[in-house]
Design a binder for this molecule. Structure first.
Ligand SMILES: Cc1cc2nc3c(=O)[nH]c(=O)nc-3n(C[C@H](O)[C@H](O)[C@H](O)COP(=O)(O)OP(=O)(O)OC[C@H]3O[C@@H](n4cnc5c(N)ncnc54)[C@H](O)[C@@H]3O)c2cc1C
Length: 485
């Protein structure tokens, strides 16, 4: 599931934690959000430590499509419907700040990240989506000027579109490499392969355990680990993970703008380089489908609609955290843990959100917890969907698993099945070699599904991903699957 950005072969190395430490601020997570917080703190000369469970930039930020855009699908419409037009416009104003901040950093720090200014078209053809498009334009027009026209109609096959100007596309790994180099040159304390396995509150301080062994005592924690791994305050019932698939393809067709479709099946499109385009979409609730081939197939179909002679290059998938109330969360974790600042729920629009949040880092570190921010029952339809999803992952799916012979599994493939009376996950490595695991995610005990394209196990509930040998490669789960043979 490595994305095209991994080909750039950019490498950095930071040590593993091998001692106890004291610090004022601990940042958990070295993706886009954690690194931007680190960047802002180092600029102010503040003391901090950053730890990442794996290598830096290996989570969602390494698999993103990096459209630097404020054309956030139908979010403005959803926020207006759920909250108010004022809230939707406030969200937009924050995104504009985030977009400008990113551009400023690239310019000031002279980061080489294949930055390219572009327009983004948010388009639709289906009647109900054209109505939504018009509502979006009414919400955003008092704040920004957008053009309305069906540009490149033949390529995108749309009836109506809004054009957002002064946007950009970048190479996300090169951009974050630029940030990492600044941190490195300023001797910031960064540790890779250093996973937070426990957080204990001790008076006004926290004792954070890394790799089950070393302690970091800290006053504040910035939790930028994408999806919160602590179970307190029920974040798992206020947000969910959504999976999105990406394919790059060689084509002679050129785009003069990036594109986001409001129609179903959902997709988005950008340029990668002069001969290559990138398409993403087929989004679904993480863990809700086992037909991964179909998810990629829908995008492939779109590719061949664009160009019959296109040549498929890379394929990958990744997940992002979606808030039930459609607003990203940046603030104290809970009343009890007001010194843990959680940053999550970017709804596939991490770049502008993360930059806007990083700008406010000092205020956030002082903010008091306000109960209502991710209110549980505000969106009853989505909430019930989430409850069903969890009940299915924890109980129903378990009952539906069938007994099958291990030999029914193809070589280099996996399956969830009943074997000798137990629910197990089996990966068949060769004709005779099988790896058997308990069918129980180490996060909250949900069942898992096998993704046969990317050869990974995915939790049905909260999106933890394990490689075929059961090693966790993507949180919120912390520990590997339990091997039983
Ligand atoms: C397919 C797809 C396309 C997207 N395209 C766009 C786009 O075009 N434009 C846009 O703005 N946004 C886009 N996004 C969204 C954006 O990429 C994400 O919102 C953003 O990258 C999230 O960054 P993050 O730092 O929160 O998470 P991550 O990049 O996942 O970083 C979290 C880090 O925390 C670490 N971690 C986790 N648990 C622990 C622990 N216990 N201890 C220590 N470290 C830990 C992980 O190892 C990881 O490195 C897209 C998302 C998807 C899924």
């Amino acid at each position: 599931m490595n994305s095209i950005w991994h080909k750039d072969n950019i490498d950095w190395q930071f040590p593993l934690i091998n001692d106890h430490h004291d610090t004022k601020i601990l940042i958990i997570g070295g993706g886009l959000m954690g690194l931007l917080c680190a960047y802002e703190l180092q600029k102010q000369g503040k003391e901090f430590i950053l730890v990442d469970a794996r290598k830096l930039v290996n989570g969602t930020s390494a698999n993103t499509t990096a459209q630097i855009s404020i054309a956030h699908d139908d979010l403005y419409y959803k926020i207006k419907k759920k909250h108010s037009i004022k809230k939707a416009q406030k969200y937009l104003a924050e995104q504009i700040k985030g977009l400008n901040h990113l551009k400023q950093i690239i310019k000031n720090e002279k980061i080489k990240c294949d930055y390219q200014e572009t327009e983004t078209i948010l388009g639709a053809s289906q009647k109900q989506n054209i109505d939504i498009l018009r509502e979006i334009q009414a919400i955003i027009n008092p704040i920004i000027k957008t053009k309305k026209l069906p540009l490149e109609k033949s390529l995108f096959n749309i009836s109506e579109g809004i054009i957002f100007s002064n946007e950009a596309i970048i190479n996300p790994v090169k951009y974050l490499n630029g940030i990492i180099n600044i941190l490195k040159n300023n001797n910031c304390a960064i540790y890779e392969h250093s996973k937070v396995t426990k957080i204990k509150k001790k008076g006004t301080q926290y004792e954070v355990i890394v790799n089950d062994k070393f302690k970091i005592n800290t006053e504040k924690i910035i939790m930028a680990c994408h999806y919160p791994f602590l179970l307190q305050n029920l974040y798992f019932a206020k947000m969910y993970q959504s999976t999105s698939y990406v394919i790059t393809f060689k084509t002679k067709k050129k785009l003069s703008a990036s594109y986001i479709s409001l129609d179903s099946p959902y997709y988005y499109l950008r340029t990668y380089d002069k001969n290559t385009l990138m398409i993403g979409g087929s989004d679904h609730y993480t863990g809700s489908t086992t037909d991964i081939h179909k998810c990629y197939y829908l995008l492939q179909k779109k590719i061949y609609e664009i160009d019959k002679k296109a040549v498929i290059l890379d394929k990958w998938f990744t997940e992002d955290s979606m808030a039930l109330n459609f607003l990203p969360y940046a603030g104290p974790y809970s009343k009890k843990h007001s010194n843990i600042i959680l940053m999550t729920g970017f709804q596939k629009w991490g770049f502008t959100n993360a930059h806007a949040i990083a700008l406010k880092i000092n205020n956030l570190l002082q903010e008091k917890y306000q109960r209502n921010k991710l209110a549980l029952f505000k969106n009853i339809k989505n909430y019930l969907k989430l409850v069903f999803h969890s009940v299915n992952g924890l109980f129903i799916s378990r009952l539906l698993i069938k007994s099958e012979a291990l030999k029914s599994i193809k070589v280099n493939s996996g399956k969830a099945l009943r074997y000798q009376g137990k629910n197990v996950l089996v990966y068949r490595a060769s004709v005779k070699e099988y790896f058997l695991f308990k069918n129980k995610c180490t996060h909250m005990g949900c069942t898992l599904i096998w993704n046969d394209v990317d050869k990974v196990w995915i939790s049905r509930c909260h999106g933890t991903i394990y490689n075929k040998y059961g090693h966790v490669i993507y949180g919120p789960g912390i520990y590997d699957l339990e091997r039983i043979n």
